[in-house]
Design a protein around this ligand. Structure first.
Ligand code: GDP
Ligand code: MG
Length: 744
């Protein structure tokens, strides 16, 4: 039987021979199209469920593990899913570089047996790399259910690639698969390190083969190339006008000459066939695949296909597709907020209780204030709406696993295209309603860098879960009868602004056309619970990590700047204030004494705040924010929002504690803060609206900026920061000034 473990943290080591020696196992790279079942097979083989780390330099996730079977050891890497070996998207670059640089012993290509034409397209490109390829004919249960029977033996022989039928979730066929891997590795062993052409390889037709041969000869003459790249593969990629392949030529002595010859050959093919050479090459590949499949596949019935087809007649209908998408989006939101309200209330109550208990048990002083206000208040506020995010992610993952998200991408592509976006921008944007961090990472599936940049830059305008508490607080306080609509309005403004910004970026900084849509529609598929939970866990973890680190840090910082320097009330100041209160209130009983004392405390807390760094900063920056209607308190809260949006609420809580005038001790939290905000004469609905918009638009939290830096680099972080700050300031300026003139 196999025993299953996970490898220690991944290394960036490039010396494969040394590593092979050290780990003493076959190094197998699991590759294939997205959704073919790679991760399922990886988990079945290794038993590992955990994300291990990232590829060096990029945030693309790297999962690796090993399994020992029959005394043999295999170390496995689960590569990102790709459609082609042409390096368009980041995932493709990562998968391709991994194979080219690390040179695994065997590529284990996972194919979806119900969609072999598409999946073999990638498989044949792996074969060209000259590394032994073994194919898992995965989803063979589903193929059978649909009446597709695949003759694995015939297909293996025709293509020269060992193929084994597997069923991922049932771990069927794994032993045979590993046996095929052993055999393929052993067969390649004598020539290991050599890059000789594989026995079987796709032929591209006489004319193209002639050109390929002359390019191959030039490449082969230079040892510097042949050590690094499979000759034939490089020649084919050059004919396909693969930019990355040309870049790889650049540093070499003979590179210029080879590049020129390859370009000339590609041009000749283009003229000869009347089509671009890359199209000709891909047509040849498809033709070859179709020929092979004709031999190896029989379709008995078409019954089950029709379900997907029937559903798509409606869901992908020319006019209905977009309204259906909007309805789905609406339903996702309704369910999220309806269901999410209960656990959110429960968590709020829990953290409230925790805060009260700590308040009661700890002696008065700095430590108590640090724990109650800084830690429990700050982090509790964040965790309270984790349920909302979990539910939202659960629903979105459900839609993704069902096969709906790629249809949503299709349905919205035309519209988004006209805005300078891409259909595939839809998923990151929807995730953005939950948390920008996983949303920014989800943009990796976009093919072109331009599309990815635009999508990432506008994603923070999707009002994320952390902004929601700010919106709900202000809406409840200042638009009590239309609170729900006010919040919806903010969301709508966010979406509208994101589209407008995409349009603007497209016309200015990021000129160019979004890449055309090339994505297959997978069949509708019943999601598995395990897969769902895994997706949700992954995304939620990214959010919770942020809460545990960035937000805790920010809460502590804000606690510190609102606490220090400490204000020392003058001798008798408290008593004087209490007397002042008593003079204004005529009732004469014990309760009045307590009320006066509480009021005096609150007044002193207010003075302490103004005396603290936060108060001083607030006064210093007030001029920048005055045109937006913000007082110094609001300015402080708005600025702390740069760290994390949910912090705005806790800052307001700390700032307005002073004005809470002591009543309603029990649930001073939310209702108390609403009252305190309302009773501030300097606040009014228009300013609340301005603050909501400001929260929506200004640059995202530190964690999201960090994600942008990892994906796009520092330059774009600075751009995003300046862009969104300017946009937020201008929008709020416009809204406040126009509203003021209109008499609001
Ligand atoms: P990846 O994107 O290639 O890593 O694909 P996953 O491993 O995440 O699998 C995608 C979906 O296909 C999941 O819902 C799996 O449960 C499902 N799946 C994987 N292998 C099989 C299989 O052999 N048969 C069936 N019916 N479903 C499978
Ligand atoms: Mg996967």
């Amino acid at each position: 039987m196999s025993s299953c473990h996970e490898t220690p943290p991944p290394r960036a080591g490039r010396h494969s021979a040394a590593r092979r020696g050290a780990e003493g196992g076959l190094r197998v790279a699991l590759a294939g199209n997205p959704n073919s079942g790679k991760t399922t097979l990886f988990n079945a083989l290794t038993g590992a469920h955990h994300k291990v780390g990232n590829y060096p330099g990029v945030t693309v996730e790297k999962r690796s593990g090993f399994c020992v079977r029959g005394g043999k050891r295999y170390s496995l890497v689960d590569l990102p899913g790709i459609y082609s070996l042409t390096a368009y998207s980041l995932d493709e670059v990562v998968a391709r570089d991994f194979i080219l640089d690390e040179k695994p012993d065997v590529i284990l290509d996972v194919l979806d047996s119900t969609n072999l034409e598409r999946h073999l397209y990638l498989c044949l490109q792996f074969q060209e790399l000259g590394i032994p390829v073994v194919a898992a004919l995965n989803m063979s249960d589903e193929a059978e259910a649909r009446g597709i029977s695949v003759d694995a033996g015939t297909l293996s022989r025709t293509l020269g690639i060992p193929m084994v039928k597997t069923v991922g979730p049932k771990a069927e066929g794994l032993d045979a698969l590993l046996a095929a891997v052993d055999e393929a590795a052993a067969a390649a062993a004598p020539g290991r390190g050599g890059r000789e052409r594989p026995l079987h390889a796709i032929r591209y037709g006489m004319e193209i083969e002639e050109k390929l041969e002359s390019i191959e000869r030039m490449i082969a003459a230079d040892a510097a190339f042949t050590q690094k790249y499979p000759t034939r593969w490089l020649a084919v990629k050059l004919l396909e006008k693969d930019r990355n392949a040309y870049e790889r030529l650049a540093g070499h002595a003979d590179g210029e000459r080879i590049a020129a010859a390859a370009r000339a050959a590609a041009d000749w093919i283009g003229r000869h066939f009347g089509k671009d050479s890359e199209i000709i090459v891909s047509e040849q590949r498809y033709g070859y695949i179709r020929g092979a499949l004709k031999e190896a596949i029989t379709v008995h019935k078409k019954a089950d296909f029709s379900l997907t087809e029937k559903a798509d007649k409606i869901i992908m209908h020319r006019y209905l597709a977009l309204p259906i998408f909007v309805f789905v989006l609406w339903a996702v939101f309704q369910i999220t907020f309806l269901v999410g309200a209960y656990p959110t209330a429960a968590l709020e109550a829990f953290f409230g209780f925790l805060g009260e208990t700590a308040q009661r048990l700890l002696p008065e002083g700095l430590l108590r204030s640090l724990i109650v206000d800084g830690i429990i208040g700050g982090v509790g506020g964040v965790f309270s709406f984790v349920p909302l995010i979990v539910i939202l992610f659960l629903l979105l993952s459900l839609l993704e696993d069902l096969g709906y998200m790629s249809r949503a991408a299709f349905a919205t592509d035309k519209f988004l295209h006209s805005m300078g976006l891409h259909g595939q921008s839809v998923f990151p944007m929807m995730l953005g309603f939950g948390c920008s961090v996983p949303a920014i990472m989800a943009a990796r599936t976009l093919k072109s860098r331009r599309d990815r940049i635009v999508t990432i830059l506008i994603t923070p305008l999707m009002s994320c879960g952390a902004k929601l508490p700010v919106h709900t607080l202000l809406a409840a306080a200042f638009f009590p009868r239309h609170a729900g609509n006010a919040v919806m309005l903010i969301y709508a403004v966010g979406v509208a602004l994101s589209l407008a910004c995409a349009f603007l970026l497209n016309k200015t900084v990021l000129r160019g056309d979004p890449t055309p849509f090339v994505m297959e529609l997978p069949p509708y598929r019943a999601p598995t619970l395990r897969g769902l939970l895994w997706h949700v866990w992954e995304k939620t973890l990214q959010y919770v990590k942020k809460a545990g680190t960035v937000i805790l840090g920010a809460s502590l910082l804000i606690w510190a700047i609102t606490t220090f320097p400490a204000y020392q009330p003058a001798e008798g100041e408290r008593a004087a204030l209490a007397a002042q209160y008593r003079a204004a209130h005529t009732e004469e009983d014990d309760a009045a004494d307590a009320a006066a004392a509480a009021w005096a405390d609150a007044e002193i807390a207010g003075k302490a705040l103004e005396y603290s760094f936060a108060g001083r900063i607030g006064h210093a920056i007030e001029p920048v924010f005055r045109p937006l209607g913000f007082t110094w308190k609001i300015a402080v809260a708005a600025v702390t929002g740069f760290a994390a949006k949910e912090v705005i609420v806790s800052t307001l809580g700390i700032l307005y504690r002073a004005g809470a005038s002591g009543e309603g001790e029990d649930d001073a939290d939310s209702a108390g803060l609403e009252n305190a905000l309302r009773s501030d004469e300097a606040m009014r609905p228009l300013i609340a609206l301005s603050l909501m918009l400001f929260t929506l638009i200004i640059p995202p939290c530190f964690a999201a900026l960090g994600a942008i830096k990892a994906e796009l680099g520092l330059k774009w972080v600075l751009f995003e920061f300046a862009f969104l700050f300017a946009l937020g300031w201008l929008v709020c300026l416009g809204v406040f000034q126009i509203g003021r003139l209109a008499g609001f």
